[in-house]
Design a protein around this ligand. Structure first.
Ligand SMILES: [Zn+2]
Length: 251
């Protein structure tokens, strides 16, 4: 600091002025001051160019991060920006493993039959679901576990024949004919809850209803469409809407 002050004080000094200085000692001091001034100027110029280079490197990165919205993941570009960070890390990391199959009788109780008919012949094979859809759904399962909900796949892939059979029962079952449902493409699934050895899918059960709402939120946060928002509500249904060859519709 002191050296800088002395240099500033001597800022008026020039080479011509040196000759006017009386003693060699004072001349040497003046030369030293001039050299110091020159080196300080050089350092300051270098600093400026360093700052400029750093700005040129940082600026494009800053602009890109400002333009892009939310977290982005390879293959999950359609996810809403507000997706749960834990879900995002699940989707980006390990391949989630489906839970073990539940005994078939779980799906055939009177309680279940009152809500869903023809469940005995429904497919619950995770392998028949689209890999991307499966991973998203399993991430939702994982998040629901954090809230004490053990989820169960009620129906996944549905053959066109079965879809037709269900549609022929009536619109209260489904309004989609064969190939009009994402179930035929492995891109939809109906899910419920498993509690104390029983499948709970009734909307009259307040615990299940609270679970459905949470499940819907998580499903939407990973880019799935939730049937709970439809006019003909289907709280357990989720689907991954993707461009498919025929005009697939919901349910
Ligand atoms: Zn469904």
């Amino acid at each position: 600091m002191r050296a800088r002050r002395r240099v500033r004080q001597a800022s008026a000094a020039t080479i011509e002025e040196l000759s006017t200085l009386a003693t060699p000692c004072s001349r040497i001091f003046a030369i030293f001051i001039l050299n110091a001034r020159a080196s300080l100027k050089a350092v300051s110029a270098k600093r400026k160019s360093f700052a400029l280079i750093a700005l040129l490197i940082v600026l494009p990165v800053l602009l890109i991060s400002l333009v892009s919205s939310g977290p982005t993941l390879d293959g999950y570009d359609d996810l809403p920006a507000a997706a749960d960070p834990v879900i995002l890390s699940l989707l980006n990391g390990e391949q989630l493993v489906p839970p073990p199959a539940l005994p078939p009788e779980v799906f055939m109780t009177r309680e279940v039959a009152a809500e869903r008919i023809e469940l005995a012949s429904a497919s619950r094979e995770w392998a028949l679901l689209d890999a991307d859809f499966r991973q998203r759904l399993l991430a939702v399962y994982r998040m629901m576990e954090r809230h004490g909900y053990q989820m169960a796949l009620v129906e996944g892939y549905r053959s066109p024949m079965r879809q037709e059979a269900l549609a022929s029962i009536g619109q209260h079952v489904t309004n989609a004919r064969a190939f009009q449902s994402y179930h035929q493409f492995g891109l939809a699934a109906d899910n419920g809850f498993y509690r104390d050895g029983r499948l709970v899918i009734s909307e009259k059960d307040s615990w299940a209803m609270a679970g459905y709402r949470l499940y819907g939120q998580y499903a939407e946060s990973v880019g799935l469409t939730w049937g709970g928002r439809w006019q003909m509500r289907d709280f357990g249904h989720v689907e991954l809407r993707r461009q498919i060859s025929t005009s697939a519709q919901r349910k």
